[in-house]
Design a binder for this molecule. Structure first.
Ligand code: UDP
Length: 326
């Protein structure tokens, strides 16, 4: 099959490209390399069925040209990471709203099936244990920059839903919960790569807030096969589907676990949210998915534990350090 992947050089995108190529598909990737990196695609750079185009989803002509003739479009390109949203709010809004509109329009015109990445941020401060796809969103003021990401992704979901209803687009929306693994960088805020890097460097692990906030972390390699199954499952079209793990851990316990796993002598330091993220930031105290829908649609059950994830991130980080060494 001919497949188009936006955000191909990103953390999730690069793992997806590898998986698609190993399944025999012809893949065209698009990435503006804003947060994605060419090194993420090292293993497939010379693959005869892969082509990477450097460009933006804001370039409607380019998106339409690359989508033409493809049967499937995976739309993973987005401005992501709490530091990116904080520092480049306007650019992020434009990419996440207008860029997605371009991809949705192109997929519709090409008659391609679309899988579009959304986020658990959609649920905002709804701390229900086991969030299901129909649960209400509890979002702070749109003038608080944190929520601008959830706002943009919610508009994307509504846009895709309207294209599906009015223009016949076949699409599945994926709400990723905290997804982690090798190649995710901590540069843009994500906690596990940050803590791992800090622990390996013997620096304090920077817990934001009290550290009592809870998250569930899922290994990227658990979610990738679910993506290729869901895009090929007509019962998933027109739906939003949660993907994540449902094993909760507090950020304090996560920091302790990473210190032990890295055999580090690092301490834990506490930073108020205001100092970490600046004004206009609210955190959610708890986020845990219910993935029954994904299980029903495609048999999704994460296999890897948090220990597996941390081990994989440590190994990835050590490999990067090895590659960067003179
Ligand atoms: N966090 C932290 N220290 C860091 C980075 C993040 O304590 O160096 C916290 C962050 O405030 C949040 C949690 O870890 O409560 C998860 O953050 P991440 O950005 O990975 O994902 P989020 O769940 O916020 O989307």
């Amino acid at each position: 099959m001919k497949v188009f992947v936006t955000g191909a050089a990103g953390f999730i995108g690069s793992h997806l490209v590898e998986h698609l190529l190993s399944s025999g598909h012809q893949v065209t990737g698009l990435d503006d390399l804003s947060t994605g990196q060419l090194t993420n695609l090292r293993s497939v750079a010379d693959h005869p069925d892969f082509r990477l185009v450097q460009g933006s989803i804001l370039d409607a002509g380019l998106v339409s040209e690359l989508t033409a003739g493809c049967q499937q479009v995976y739309h993973l390109a987005a401005a992501v990471g709490s530091f990116v949203i904080r520092d480049r709010t306007l650019e992020s809004l434009r990419t996440n709203i207008h860029g997605t509109e371009n991809v949705v329009e192109a997929a519709t015109s090409a008659g391609a099936v679309l899988l579009s990445a959304s986020t658990s941020e959609i649920y905002g401060k709804n701390g229900k244990l086991g969030l299901t796809e129909d649960d209400d969103r509890i979002i702070g003021s749109p003038l608080k920059s944190r929520w601008s990401y959830a706002e943009a992704k919610a508009i994307d979901e509504s846009l895709i839903d309207a294209y599906a209803r009015e223009r016949g687009l076949k699409a599945v929306i994926i709400r990723f919960f905290n997804t982690v693994g090798p190649r995710q960088t901590g540069r843009y805020g994500m906690v596990i790569p940050r803590f791992t890097r800090q622990a390996l460097a013997g620096e304090p692990l920077t817990v934001y807030g009290t550290g009592e906030q809870v998250r569930c972390f899922c290994h990227v390699l658990d979610v990738i096969p679910a993506l290729t199954k869901l895009i090929a499952t007509p019962a998933a079209y027109g739906k939003a589907v949660n993907l994540g793990n449902n094993e909760p851990i507090s950020i304090n316990d996560l920091a302790k676990l990473i210190i032990v796993a890295t055999h580090s002598s690092s301490a834990i330091s506490y930073t108020p949210y205001l100092d970490a993220y600046g004004p206009g930031y609210e955190d959610m105290q708890r986020r845990m998915p219910d993935c029954t829908l994904a299980k029903t649609l495609c048999g999704f059950v994460p296999q890897r534990t948090l220990d597996d994830i941390i081990e994989a991130v440590i190994e990835g980080e050590q490999n990067e350090r090895g590659a960067a060494a003179p």
